[in-house]
Design a protein around this ligand. Structure first.
Ligand SMILES: [Fe+2]
Length: 501
């Protein structure tokens, strides 16, 4: 009898120790600062005569072709391009099979000067009333120098529609940028959420002014002609040159890159929202007024009310300047926007906020710092299940190089950070789960470095989860994606295993 008691007591102690061990593991929330050291290409722009900027053959052949979503719900695209020599035709011929362009749409053409730079003729053409989930072929230009491309419309707005977004920021036009762009194209994502700082053309002035806007347009065409990039302006789009008497902010950018801002009742192309598949995407302007009662503030307040998580469960916000950043580069620059908008991000349960600006990668835990007011002392981010995850992907690879000085020690809110070039993907699986990857450019190879499963903030609510139990989770099956194994267990919970790569 005594032996049994001793055994029971030992067993109890072992179980107790194991439970304690597990609870310690659970409470450890230490972030990771990756020590990965890599060689990289120099942070200098690719020479102008490089094939990466190849000019299409023939007189006035369309170049710098790029498309973006043209309306609120994804049934339109805006096709833009430049005729370099003369105004050219603004007509787009398009149709659902190759070489059979049964429809046409008429766009606009405009050119501008910027100090001594003269732009080519910039065309923007809205192609609307498209069918969902359809591949369209299109032709622009005329005669022998006409060029043909294609794009795919997104699926109809639906809460369980899978969709894969790419996320790129601060791209520029170096060999590191080229590596990022080529890796992104391999990812199979369908649209890019671009986080601002496109060409870095503003690094050149006097005789070289403006030129790098054109090279960048040709550089990214390999992706932008075939899928929409959702644009967001950064500080390098401001192009403020008082010594050359060019003082209109965003002049080059706004002539070249359009957004469907009117469709969401915004008063500026710099801040707007779109809905695509199962996502509601809000683009904010870090360099436009956003304090209380300004147009951007008023618009965001109304746009957040329009978000319908029953239709678009995924609420994603894009901005250029990160709100949570523990890199010494641009440290605290996002603080003014944080103090204005963070409480809304928590209240509306934003899933994830992507920013660029800092030339490194960083991901936060779900944290908030909304309790502080000027009469209380609480002013440190604390864990908050209703808060978004903040991710900085300003590591596209521009000529300013990497921001490799992280503040030490790593703050508690920072989950993972690394100073390498790369891009991210967000693969929405259904209304409850999305797979997120950050892919480092490992000296020319694409390598998934940071990955996690993003659980939807709205549908994570217990009551809503129970509602889903009956209707949706039964349909989830065993599936391997990359090195994640996803399966349903019983009828309610989904177990995610990470396999060895
Ligand atoms: Fe920036």
């Amino acid at each position: 009898m005594a032996v049994v008691t001793t055994r029971q007591s030992m067993l109890f102690q072992v179980i107790l120790a194991f439970v304690l061990f597990l609870s310690i593991l659970n409470n450890v929330n230490a972030g990771i600062t990756s020590t990965f050291i890599r060689s990289e290409w120099p942070a200098t722009d690719i020479p102008l005569d490089n094939e990466a900027f190849a000019v299409p053959n023939g007189h006035n052949a369309p170049q710098q072709v790029h498309i973006t979503q043209g309306d609120y719900d994804g049934r339109s695209v805006i096709i833009s391009w430049v005729s370099p020599d003369e105004p050219g035709s603004s007509k787009v011929h398009y149709g659902k099979s190759e070489n059979n362009y049964e429809f046409t749409a008429e766009g606009t053409v405009n050119n501008y000067t910027f100090y001594k730079y003269k732009s080519g003729y910039i065309h923007h053409c809205l192609v609307d009333n498209l069918e969902y989930s359809t591949k369209y072929y299109y032709k622009i230009g005329s005669g022998d120098t006409a060029r043909e491309f294609w794009f795919e419309t997104p699926p109809e707005i639906n809460p369980d529609t899978p969709y894969k977004f790419g996320i790129i920021g601060d791209l520029g036009q170096t060999y590191n940028s080229l590596s990022t762009l080529e890796h992104y194209i391999q990812s199979g994502a369908k649209a890019v959420l671009f986080l601002g700082d496109l060409s870095y053309a503003d690094r050149y002035d006097y005789n070289d002014i403006g030129l790098r806007w054109d090279t960048w347009g040709r550089f990214v065409e390999r992706s932008t002609a075939y899928q929409p990039w959702i644009w967001n302006a950064g500080n390098h789009e401001i192009d403020y040159f008082p010594h050359l008497e060019e003082v209109t902010p965003f002049k080059n950018y706004l002539e070249r890159y359009t957004t469907p801002y009117k469709a969401c009742k915004s008063s500026s192309p710099l801040w707007y929202a779109i809905r695509r598949a199962s996502a509601h995407i809000i683009v904010l302007s870090s360099y436009s007024p956003f304090v209380k009662y300004t147009p951007q503030w008023t618009w965001l307040r109304e746009e957040l009310k329009r978000v319908d998580r029953e239709k678009t469960p995924w609420l994603i916000v894009l901005m250029h300047v990160p709100i949570y950043n523990s890199n010494s580069a641009h440290f605290m620059e996002g603080e003014s926007m944080r103090s204005v908008f963070e409480s809304w991000f928590v209240e509306y349960k934003v899933d994830v906020i992507f920013a660029g600006h800092v030339h490194a990668y960083e991901r936060s835990y779900r944290i908030s710092n909304i309790r502080y007011n000027i009469t209380s002392g609480d002013a440190y981010p604390v864990p908050d299940k209703s808060a978004p995850v903040y991710i900085t992907v300003g590591d596209g690879g521009n000529q300013e190089g990497l921001a490799d000085r992280f503040l030490d020690p790593q703050p508690e809110y920072s989950a993972f950070r690394e100073a390498s070039y790369g891009h991210s993907t967000l693969e929405i699986m259904n209304r409850t789960h999305a797979l997120y990857h950050w892919n480092r450019n490992d000296d020319g190879k694409k390598l998934a470095t940071d990955a996690f499963v993003l659980r939807n903030q709205y549908w994570a609510n217990n009551q809503r989860r129970r509602k889903l139990k009956k209707h949706y989770l039964r349909s989830i099956q065993l599936k391997r994606i990359g090195y994640w194994l996803i399966r349903s267990k019983g009828s309610q919970s989904i177990v995610i295993h990470r396999l060895h790569p």
